[in-house]
Design a protein around this ligand. Structure first.
Ligand code: GUN
Length: 289
C-alpha cells in the first residue's frame, strides 16, 4: 500500500498560525512586537532566497524583521561588532547569521555563533542552547529538527518506545534530532559516513530520518515496511530540479508515511523559526518584568 504523504505545507500553515497568535498576544500583553534580525554575509544565491523567505514570513505574521546584508569581505571582528549591536538592540528578540559563511570566515564560525546572546539564538546553535537540549532543559532548539518532531506529534505518529535511525550527524539536523527523539523516549541510532552495514541498521527503524545531503541515497531496500521516513535533504540536480536524500518513488511503496521533496520538511524550518522568535521574545520580556 502506498504511504501516507506528510505534506509540509499543511503542517507549516498550522505552525505559522500559532506563531502569529503568539506574536499578537505578546503585542497585547507587553505592547512590544517580536523582532528578528538576520545577518547575511556575501551574495550566495540560495542564502538570499532563504533570507528573503524569512523576511517575508515575518511580515505575514506580524513579526518585525531586519535583514543586515554585509559584504563578503567583512572581517570577523566587524561581523562580531554587528552581532554585539543586535544583541543590545531592544527591538530584536531573535538573531541569526545565515550559513554558510564565505570561505575566509569559516574558521571563525564557532566564535561568531557564540557571540550571539543565547537568549536571542533562534537557530539554537549556541553552545548554551546545545547544552540545554542535551540536558533536556528548556532552551532554543534548531528549527528543522524541531519542525520534524512537531510534525510527527501533530500527525499522531508514535515516538515513545520506537526505534529511530538518523542518517547524518550534523550539528544543525542529525545531532539535535537525535536528542529530541531521545527526549521523547525513542531508541535512537545515529549513522554516518563511517557506519558499517548501514542498510541493516536503517531496516530496523520505525522512524528513519535522512539528513545526508546525497540525492536519493535511501533506497526501498533500506526501509522497514510501514516505517515513517523523514527526508531532510535538499539536493539541486538542475536549476529547477530538487530531490531529497530519499528515492521517493520507490520508498513510498514500502513506507507507512513519508515526506516529499520539495514540499516536505523544508517548509517547516521557517515556520519553526517564527515560533522560536516568539518564544525568545516571551523569555526576554518575562525576564524584564
Ligand atoms: N543555512 C541553511 N539552513 C540554515 C539554518 O537553519 N540556519 C542558518 N543560520 N543558516 C542556514
Amino acid at each position: 500500500m502506498a504511504a501516507r504523504i506528510l505534506m509540509g505545507k499543511e503542517f507549516a500553515q498550522k505552525f505559522k498560525a500559532e506563531a502569529q497568535k503568539g506574536a499578537a498576544s505578546i503585542r497585547e500583553k507587553y505592547g512590544v512586537t517580536p523582532g528578528l534580525a538576520v545577518a547575511i554575509v556575501g551574495d550566495d544565491p540560495a542564502s538570499q532566497v532563504y533570507v528573503r523567505n524569512k523576511h517575508k514570513t515575518c511580515e505575514e505574521l506580524g513579526i518585525f524583521s531586519q535583514v543586515i546584508s554585509l559584504p563578503a569581505t567583512i572581517t570577523p571582528d566587524d561581523l562580531m561588532a554587528q552581532i554585539d549591536a543586535l544583541n543590545a538592540d531592544k527591538r530584536i528578540h531573535g538573531l541569526l547569521v545565515q550559513l554558510p559563511l564565505p570561505q575566509h570566515l569559516r574558521a571563525y564560525e564557532g566564535k561568531i555563533l557564540e557571540r550571539i546572546d543565547p537568549l536571542k539564538d533562534v537557530d539554537g546553535f549556541h553552545p548554551v542552547n546545545v547544552g540545554r537540549l542535551s540536558l533536556g532543559k528548556p532552551g532554543l532548539v534548531p528549527c528543522t529538527p524541531l519542525g520534524c518532531i512537531k510534525m510527527l506529534e501533530l500527525a499522531g505518529i508514535e515516538i515513545d518506545g520506537k526505534r529511530a535511525v538518523i542518517i547524518g550527524r550534523s550539528n544543525i539536523v542529525g545531532k539535535p534530532m537525535a536528542k529530541l527523539l531521545l527526549a521523547r523516549n525513542a531508541t535512537v541510532t545515529i549513522c554516518h559516513s563511517h557506519t558499517q552495514n548501514l542498510a541493516a541498521i536503517t531496516r530496523e527503524a520505525d522512524i528513519l530520518v535522512a539528513a545526508v545531503g546525497r540525492p536519493e541515497f535511501v533506497t526501498a531496500d533500506m526501509v522497514k515496511p510501514n516505517a515513517t521516513v523523514i527526508d531532510v535533504g535538499i539536493n539541486r540536480l538542475a536549476p529547477k530540479k530538487l530531490v531529497g536524500d530519499v528515492d521517493f518513488a520507490a520508498v513510498q511503496e514500502v513506507a507507512g508515511a513519508i515526506t516529499p521533496v520539495p514540499g516536505g520538511v523544508g517548509l517547516l524550518t521557517v515556520a519553526m523559526l517564527m515560533q522560536n522568535v516568539v518564544a525568545a521574545a516571551k523569555m526576554q520580556l518575562q525576564q524584564t518584568q
